[in-house]
Design a protein around this ligand. Sequence first.
Ligand SMILES: CC(=O)N[C@H]1[C@@H](OP(=O)(O)OP(=O)(O)OC[C@H]2O[C@@H](n3ccc(=O)[nH]c3=O)[C@H](O)[C@@H]2O)O[C@H](CO)[C@@H](O)[C@@H]1O
Ligand SMILES: C=C(OP(=O)(O)O)C(=O)O
Length: 422
Amino acid sequence: MDQIRITGGRPLHGEIPIAGAKNACLALMPATLLTDQPLTLTNAPRLSDIRTMTALLQSLGAEVSGLHRGKVLALSSHDLGGHRADYEIVRKMRASILVLGPLLARHGMAEVSLPGGCAIGARPVDLHLRALEAMGAELDLRDGYVHARAPGGLKGAVVDFPLVSVGATENALMAATLAKGTTVLKNAAREPEIVDLARCLRAMGAQIEGEGTDTITIEGVTALGGATHRVVPDRIELGTYMLAPAITGGEVTCLGGSLDLVAAFAEKLDAAGISVEETEKGLKVARRNGRVNAVDVATAPFPGFPTDLQAQVMALLCTADGVSVLEETIFENRFMHAPELVRMGARIDVSGGTAKVTGVSRLKGAPVMATDLRASVSLILAALAAEGETIVSRVYHLDRGYEKVEQKLGACGADIERVSGL
Ligand SMILES: CC(=O)N[C@H]1[C@@H](OP(=O)(O)OP(=O)(O)OC[C@H]2O[C@@H](n3ccc(=O)[nH]c3=O)[C@H](O)[C@@H]2O)O[C@H](CO)[C@@H](O)[C@@H]1O
Ligand SMILES: C=C(OP(=O)(O)O)C(=O)O
């Protein structure tokens, strides 16, 4: 298994290109299942999760090929054979559940393995299922699979989500594009990835209004066509690299970044004493002066502070002046990076969904273990600032969501390398 070795203490200077969003691309790819025409996605990130979604779509009979070194994905589902998403692939990645709505809408049937929980929480899919049931799907949970049928096709419905779910909104949105009549999604997720999906579906011929608000209205059409769509920049990768100069000192421009994608996050950075300037190239980030101030953070659905940046901001606050309180409101078990940061000298007390971080003057390098995707990159950020050497193991988590981390940080002066195959 690969490891990342970092010797910390160097301020970072330079530019970091931001890739297309993993979480947008994982929702856009299954949209191929809605049409027999070609769908081309440009600015796709080159990540193991994208390869997993590729394998899943191929297992359903879709053709998927990566062009221009994987940055362009050419997808075609002109001749779909399968409708069963197998446990062997679904267990690797929860976003696999996003094939359910499209398969059901196009074929009137689907069998998709239940994804199960994961390290950060139980993560049920009941809201996905309830939305599809409201649209007329008949569901049967058997042998660990959702067996879904919609013999007469899906029908438009009003779906009022009891809590905001990104994935359930995406599944329902895709299914509704081919349902008969009007679907209204209330308390819908407003994340930029939802807006990106709606734009792509509209380019394919779907009739959608209201994406980016909490009410999305979809008028079903009989068929969708092909489209070429550019994947939105990854706001979580952006936020992660914005933290690099914040934690080490120096100045970094995140190329292609814009404030609208990370407004709540940038507000917290501002309060912490980090300046974020929007330029023609992207977002230029540097400390305003000396140390970082403590700030309190509570995660929330967009436009709130993203849960996917909570681990990384904790790494910054470990060396801030004073006490910061971090509240995780989306997932019940998303502080697994805390004990690893403590191994590096951080002072963190976790109690339920709250972590109290008391700033220390310096972190120290240590061997640490990545437990999930964002935890792994928070350890890398901490290591960049720490005195001495840190070895981060289990970096396969990192490879799910970050391409070329070593190159991107190395080009800005970080002493970082991947040690393969240990
Ligand atoms: C591939 C992808 O886009 N992943 C993102 C997506 O995950 P994902 O779409 O899985 O997250 P959701 O927005 O659905 O989850 C939000 C909360 O709702 C709960 N819930 C969700 C669905 C459901 O049927 N029942 C239920 O109870 C979840 O357990 C969680 O507590 O949004 C999360 C929240 O911004 C991000 O952290 C993930 O990075
Ligand atoms: C939690 C994440 O991904 P997933 O929903 O695929 O587990 C993430 O991107 O931080």
